[in-house]
Design a protein around this ligand. Structure first.
Ligand SMILES: NC(=[NH2+])NCCC[C@H](N)C(=O)O
Ligand SMILES: [Mn+2]
Ligand SMILES: [Mn+2]
Length: 299
């Protein structure tokens, strides 16, 4: 059985609300490692990578790419750690931090293979660039960057561009897309399952298709799990909540189907913000979802 390596990335540089840098602590405190060990996995926590705090730097040199240099540096160190874990044959489980950290995870995955699919579980597309962003926040850009769209300093991280092929990328849970972001989603040609489609066709059908797309000709699936994909009543501790999200049952069904696919090769768990949370509920939800993802069943 593959072993799991936990990597914390305490970064809040990619978005505007403080506190998401405490996500790794909150998720650990919610019992992540014990839960995975209980499922029979060998788990090692590699600790946190070093991330500068916003106070160490002058406010947003570039209003369309806030904290570009710092995000780049963090992504480069994460890229190195993820690629080491993968080369040792283990599964990286990366705890954010805001979603900009996925730039580093996917760059790390691409060091060993550009041949993995991505399931991006999110309320948002994260397909903005400096030209389309309404906020300048890089956490709205990581999927675009990984597909080769965006600032040179970001798309060049890890030396391989793009990190993943668009025909193996799927968005699930989507309900908030910026107008110009929609154009890039269409241009890139990635499959986008909105909440509306999940309502109409059901999560089971959607996930069956999503897994098919992400595994078609690939060596496995990277799951990038943004907790804001879930309905804010279940996951209130996120910086950019959007009503009408994935329900508890749909969320677990999706994770169980991914587990059954046996295709998961790496995972990000991002956007948990304990300052905005209620009694660590969002981190506890994250741990529960990860348990289903790694094979927890009733019987
Ligand atoms: N990973 C996230 N929570 N992203 C939210 C992005 C929100 C908005 N589309 C933006 O680009 O600013
Ligand atoms: Mn996101
Ligand atoms: Mn999101």
């Amino acid at each position: 059985m593959k072993e799991i390596r936990i990597i914390g990335v305490p970064s809040d540089l990619g978005q505007g609300r403080r506190g998401v840098d405490m996500g790794p602590s909150a998720i650990r405190y919610a019992g992540l490692e014990a839960a995975l060990k209980h499922l029979g996995y060998q788990v090692k926590d590699l600790g946190n990578i070093n991330v500068p705090t916003p106070e160490m730097h002058e406010q947003a040199q570039n209003a369309k790419l806030r904290y570009l240099n710092e995000v780049k540096a963090v992504s480069e160190s994460l890229c190195g750690m993820v690629s080491t874990v993968v080369s040792e044959g283990h599964i990286p489980l990366v705890l954010g931090g805001d979603h900009s950290i996925a730039i580093g995870s996917l760059a790390g995955m691409a060091q060993s293979s550009t041949n993995y699919g991505v399931i991006w579980f999110d309320a948002h597309g994260d397909m903005n660039t400096a030209e389309t962003t309404p906020s300048g926040n890089i956490h709205g850009m990581p999927l675009a960057v990984s597909l080769g769209y965006g600032h040179d300093d970001l798309i060049s991280i890890g030396g391989v561009t793009p990190k993943v092929k668009p025909e193996n990328v799927v968005l699930v849970g989507i309900r908030s897309i910026d107008a110009d972001e929609a154009k890039l989603i269409a241009k890139a040609g990635i499959r986008c399952y909105t909440m509306s489609e999940i309502d109409q066709r059901g999560m089971a059908v959607v996930m069956e298709e999503a897994i098919q797309i992400a595994t078609n000709g690939t060596d496995g699936i990277h799951l990038s799990l943004d907790l804001d994909a879930l309905d804010p009543t279940l996951a209130p501790g996120v910086g950019t909540p959007v009503n009408g999200g994935v329900t508890y049952r749909e969320g677990h069904l999706a994770m169980e189907m991914l587990s059954a696919s046996n295709a998961i090769v790496s995972v990000d768990v991002v956007e948990v913000n304990p300052i905005l949370d209620e009694q660590n509920r969002t981190a506890l939800m994250a741990v529960e979802l990860v348990e289903s993802l790694f094979g927890k069943t009733v019987l």
